[in-house]
Ligand binder design. Structure first.
Ligand code: PMP
Length: 436
């Protein structure tokens, strides 16, 4: 070991990339054939400043769909600074604090009617773990421990930790490696785009057939994100609600990607006014500033848990309820609701529709779809790693940061992206699709 107190010398770009290659594990890395990562130096508004001197890239990804207000926002910076001067973290067991209490109350107020209790976790995946625990524990408390499986539809994505992986798409998805090791869940087909009674019947039939062993149905409402960027009719949410009620199954909405306005409604559940029993939030909760997620549940679920043999929600890792993240989340929600965010999301939707229309005529393009601040170009076949790298480079040449995956080139820009930048992002999506 080299344990000197000598500070590390400044790193050249080449040295930094070399150390990155040698020591740093990136999400889903290392990817053979992928280009090496680009080094980002700073970020402000919707632009990332690159360290290689090539200038700035417009961020078409919102840092995996979270940075809805853009980067380096004065209001969020100030909220973080103010909280930092009080305390950045304190244990949440036996202690509480204003940022977390305020946030819980705010989330209860703005989320679908009936959600009343909030668990503040530190990532989306963990908030899904907590949601699953809540559901399983609820049925245990009620003396029905056999209800411990989950039902979902194909094409979903709920995170990379253990239980969430079991409800991700089992075929061709990111977690195929673990099939046979993960808990076997019940899968319906992926939901069709438009409402089809025959598909609603499939959902009803599966829920009824498996009711005795199902703790919950868990779905991403309206938009399936990382599992394929698919949209579906919100009417299916009503079907799920009715079938779950009829057969004693809890309903979980994973709104980690859709929450906070992304689909044009504050929560995707609002498109049809359905309240789930449990709801997960993350990503845009702090405007993408800090790692925080929330699991909300109804009084029914919370009361059920507290009537059990172990009457507590047995979950409490170190960084739950982080006050710094909670303070920024409060500021981010104020910022969002203090403006006409619907108009901004609509404006981006219109810009993406116009800009992506050209992609429909490109060879190899199967589908172009836009909903809220989400624009997707789906190709005929999946890109291999080299083609993904080429598509990424094509976007970067257009001055835009995108991260194509599988057969998809897509954007989820910050809501503060101006019209000219939306047009450039759309142009870059087309350029990347052409390259792929
Ligand atoms: N659920 C959904 C719908 C998501 O989109 C994601 C992240 N892409 C997750 C869960 C997992 O969240 P995290 O990456 O913060 O763990």
């Amino acid at each position: 070991p080299e344990r000197t107190s000598r500070p590390m010398p400044d790193l050249s770009l080449a040295e930094l990339l070399d150390l990155d290659r040698r020591h740093v594990w990136h999400p889903y890395g290392p990817m053979p054939g992928r280009q090496e990562p680009l080094v980002v130096e700073a970020a402000s508004g919707v632009r990332l400043r690159m360290a290689d001197g090539t200038g700035e890239l417009i961020d078409g990804m919102s840092s995996w769909w979270s940075a809805i207000h853009g980067y380096n926002h004065p209001v969020l910076n100030e909220a973080a600074r103010e909280q930092l001067s009080r305390m950045s973290h304190v244990m949440f067991g036996g202690l509480t604090h204003e940022p977390a209490v305020r946030l819980a109350k705010r989330l209860v107020d703005i989320s679908p009617e009936g959600l009343e209790h909030v668990f503040l976790a530190d990532s989306g995946s963990v908030s899904v773990e907590v949601a699953v625990k809540m559901c399983l524990q609820y049925w245990r408390s009620l003396g029905r421990p056999g209800k411990q499986r989950l039902l979902t539809w194909r094409g979903g994505y709920h995170g990379d930790t253990w239980q969430p992986m079991s409800v991700c798409d089992p075929q061709g998805g990111m977690h195929e490696l673990w099939q046979g090791v993960l808990q076997r869940q019940v899968f319906a087909d992926a939901p069709p785009v438009a409402y089809e009674e025959s598909y609603a019947d499939q959902l009803r039939e599966l829920i009824e057939r498996h009711a005795d062993e199902l703790a919950a149905v868990i779905v991403e409402p309206v938009v399936q994100g990382a599992g394929g960027m698919r949209f579906h009719s919100p009417a299916y949410l009503r079907v799920l609600r009715e079938a779950c009620d009829a057969h004693d199954v809890l309903l979980v909405f994973d709104e980690i990607a859709t929450g906070f306005g992304r689909t044009g409604a504050l929560f995707a559940a609002d498109h049809v006014g359905v309240t789930p029993d449990v709801m997960c939030l993350g990503k845009a909760l702090t405007g993408g500033y800090l790692t925080l997620a929330a699991t909300l549940c109804t009084a029914r679920v919370a009361d059920g848990i507290s009537r059990g043999e172990v009457p507590v929600l047995a979950h409490g890792p170190t960084f739950m309820g982080n006050p710094l993240a909670a303070a920024v989340a409060n500021a981010s929600i104020d910022l969002l609701l203090g403006q006409d965010w619907q108009t901004e999301v609509k404006r981006i939707e219109t810009g993406l529709r116009e800009g992506l229309a050209a992609a429909a005529d490109l060879p190899g393009v199967r589908d172009v779809r836009v909903l809220g601040a989400i624009g997707v170009v789906q190709l005929d076949r999946p890109l291999d790693e080299a083609a993904m790298a080429a598509a990424t480079r094509a976007a970067v040449r257009e001055g835009v940061w995108l991260r194509p995956f599988r057969d998809l080139v897509y954007t989820m820009p910050p809501y503060v992206t101006g019209d000219a930048d939306v047009a450039r992002i759309a142009g870059a999506v087309c350029a990347a699709a052409r390259e792929g």
